[in-house]
Design a protein around this ligand. Sequence first.
Ligand SMILES: NC(=O)c1ccc[n+]([C@@H]2O[C@H](COP(=O)([O-])OP(=O)(O)OC[C@H]3O[C@@H](n4cnc5c(N)ncnc54)[C@H](O)[C@@H]3O)[C@@H](O)[C@H]2O)c1
Length: 255
Amino acid sequence: MTLQGKTIVITGASSGIGAETARLARFQGAHVIGLDRNDPMISLDVFVKIDMGDTASIDAAVAALPGRIDALVNAAGVSGMADKDLVARVNYLGLRHLTEALLPKLAKGGAVVNISSILGAEWPKRLDAHKALAATKTFAEGAAWLAKNPVPQETCYQFFKEALIVWTKKRGYEMFMQNDIRMNSVAPGPVFTPILGEFVQMLGEERVAADAANIKRPAIADEIAPPILFLCSDAARWVAGINLPVDGGIDALYV
Ligand SMILES: NC(=O)c1ccc[n+]([C@@H]2O[C@H](COP(=O)([O-])OP(=O)(O)OC[C@H]3O[C@@H](n4cnc5c(N)ncnc54)[C@H](O)[C@@H]3O)[C@@H](O)[C@H]2O)c1
């Protein structure tokens, strides 16, 4: 697998999974453009500040990007300890807005990889709601749907990761057929990154202890980056609309 000569845009490039993905992509020859609200602490080819919860900020960042992009990795995200409206804006509505705004710049054969989560694994239980939300076309339409169909704070993180998996499949199929762009998602289990402590708070000690008994250990972010970049590469040219668990086997427990 090589990423030589490819231009890859990575949101959340200043920390955790996004930063490891940026580092590995550069190592494999890609030109990496990082987008984040915080300044990066690693070497990037280009860095553009962005607030993924704000459409004006996203549009300004897109205008600053070059005319040809080969892949977009949507890794920016917040935990369910943040207010549910912020979780909706950053983890779902803003991610969609950026992806749609970048679509004209994505080269044919290009790729989008969204970082979902094992916590989105129960999407089939709420499929009708997720399909209805996925059918909304814009940030504003999505926000209006959510105003009419409020999501509880306690489960908002899970809801928007589920929604992201369903949107990736529904919209990813269209993008592949109409635009020759492959959109997929990667669903990590727990990963040692700065956000992990917030997930522990969000889920509660009891649930975390039960989950810990089922896994060997949390992942290291550099175990998540290679599958993300595989999906960005030409080696995955026939892979479209999937949600790939990268979780040390936890997804198998849902069977
Ligand atoms: N760490 C885990 O256990 C885990 C597990 C499953 C899924 N995920 C998902 O992986 C993705 C990356 O998480 P991580 O573990 O690397 O966390 P992290 O906190 O290390 O990195 C998240 C990055 O997103 C950026 N970000 C947050 N809000 C933003 C905004 N409004 N605008 C621009 N940038 C913003 C942060 O500045 C940070 O650099 C997230 O979508 C997260 O939900 C993480």
